[in-house]
Design a protein. Structure first.
Length: 380
């Protein structure tokens, strides 16, 4: 049950061609022998290297930065196929999805030259440095401070939940660079910090699935040069908001558990029943409109727009959908989930269930997204 071409936009010949190419690449890649639910939470640097060398990272970027100058829909097809195959895509995910586009949009020529080609080769990985111990949903309250010195910045503070910082090369930080209590959004800036810089301590946080994905980052007089600033000083809030549209609208917001649905369909094929057919049908009928909305946003992002309200809608509806897949399979129909099982379905179900609570927290919580949606609808 590979992702079917529900949408007429997907019938273009170049999209069919690239879908066939990435499927062939994945079918021959050793990492696919063990597909993963929530595959973009599984870090495999070697896989990302192979993917980058094959031209599937930074696909839409200009060739002079190592990109492929492909369309946003071609990239979309590749992302769908990575998720549908359960490929371990975490290593390059953030760099490809948001750090790279932020550099393209706001970076200097030198920053782009320095970082983008290595990202596109699948050799340079990035983390998101937004959340802090007392600042998650209320991002404008970040307290990590970057102070301007004669020849650069000195950073002090703490970040938390920083996914894969222990295995990445850069963290794109949101820092306070000046104070204006009347307008907290002003005075924030984005700074690109190498993760091996002196004065930075990275401490593991183990998640409820027993894995080390998150970290706490402690900055003690960390010094970076002046040109580590991304974009304009004091404009970090606007820049971060545009980054969140990339973060919230992609197919990873509704296809993380697709591999589980596919495994269930395989089981149902062996023992067909009206109950399993109804369940699969109800899931697919929710998937189709989500995919259409997400593709429209991808096209608008590709044109330089920031459709933040629409992205919040996709993320919230997608998280509900993904959480329901695991819940319904676990609660109603199938044998027990087991993360250590040799049985593919039971293992994937356990992975999906253990990861599902995070779907409505990462990238913005359910309540925050619903608040954004309500505001845009004029309801508050
Ligand atoms: C798997 C995963 C990966 C993550 N990776 C990263 C990462 O790489 N980098 C990074 O910076 N962050 C990361 N995060 C952090 C994530 O962005 C935050 O957890 C999230 O923004 C919520 O912030 P918080 O944990 O401080 O919760 P809080 O903001 O303290 O919220 C706690 C609860 O209160 C509710 N709440 C808060 N404010 C309001 C309000 N105004 N109205 C109604 N309800 C409200 C929230 O919805 C939530 O239920 C990750 C989180 C997860 C789960």
């Amino acid at each position: 049950m590979k992702t079917p071409n529900f949408d007429s936009r997907m019938n273009q010949p170049e999209l069919a061609r690239i879908r066939a190419e990435i499927r062939e690449f994945l079918a021959n890649d050793p990492s696919i022998a063990k597909p993963r639910a929530d595959s973009w939470s599984h870090f495999d640097a070697a896989f990302s290297g192979r993917l980058g060398r094959a031209g599937y990272i930074g696909m839409t970027w200009p060739k002079r930065y190592g990109g492929g100058e492909r369309s946003s829909l071609e990239r979309y097809v590749v992302i769908e196929e990575l998720l549908a195959a359960g490929a371990p895509a975490a290593a390059h995910w953030i760099a490809d999805r948001q750090t790279g586009p932020q550099l393209l949009r706001f970076g200097t020529e030198a920053q782009r030259q320095q970082v983008l080609p290595a990202i596109a080769r699948g050799e340079c990985f990035c983390s998101i440095g937004m959340s802090e111990p007392d600042s998650g949903s209320d991002l404008a309250s970040v307290r990590t401070r970057a102070t301007r010195t004669g020849d650069g910045w000195v950073i002090n503070g703490r970040k938390i939940w920083t996914s894969y910082a222990h295995q990445s090369h850069y963290v794109l930080m949101l820092c306070r660079t000046s104070d204006n209590p009347a307008a907290r959004q002003q005075g924030l800036s984005q700074i690109l910090v190498p993760l091996d810089v002196a004065g930075l301590t990275i401490r593991p946080i183990i998640n409820m699935a027993g894995a080390h994905d998150f970290n706490e980052l402690l900055f003690e007089d960390v010094q970076v040069p002046a040109d580590a600033l991304l974009g304009s000083e004091g404009k970090g809030w606007d820049q971060v908001i545009s980054e969140l549209a990339f973060e919230r609208s992609g197919p990873e917001r509704f296809l993380s558990s697709f591999v589980l649905l596919e495994a269930f369909a395989d089981l149902a094929r062996q023992q067909p029943s009206a109950e399993s057919a109804t369940l699969i049908g109800s899931m697919i009928s929710r998937l189709v409109p989500l995919r259409g909305m997400s593709m429209s946003i991808a096209a608008r992002l590709g044109q330089g727009e920031s459709p933040n309200f629409e992205a919040a809608l996709v993320k919230e509806m997608g998280s509900l959908f993904e959480q329901d897949i695991g819940d319904r399979l676990l609660g109603e129909i199938v044998p027990a989930a087991d993360p250590t099982s040799d049985d593919k379905f039971r293992r994937l179900l356990a992975e999906a269930v253990l990861h599902a609570p995070s779907f409505s927290i990462r990238g913005g919580t359910r309540e925050i997204l619903r608040g954004i949606i309500a505001r845009d609808l004029g309801l508050r």
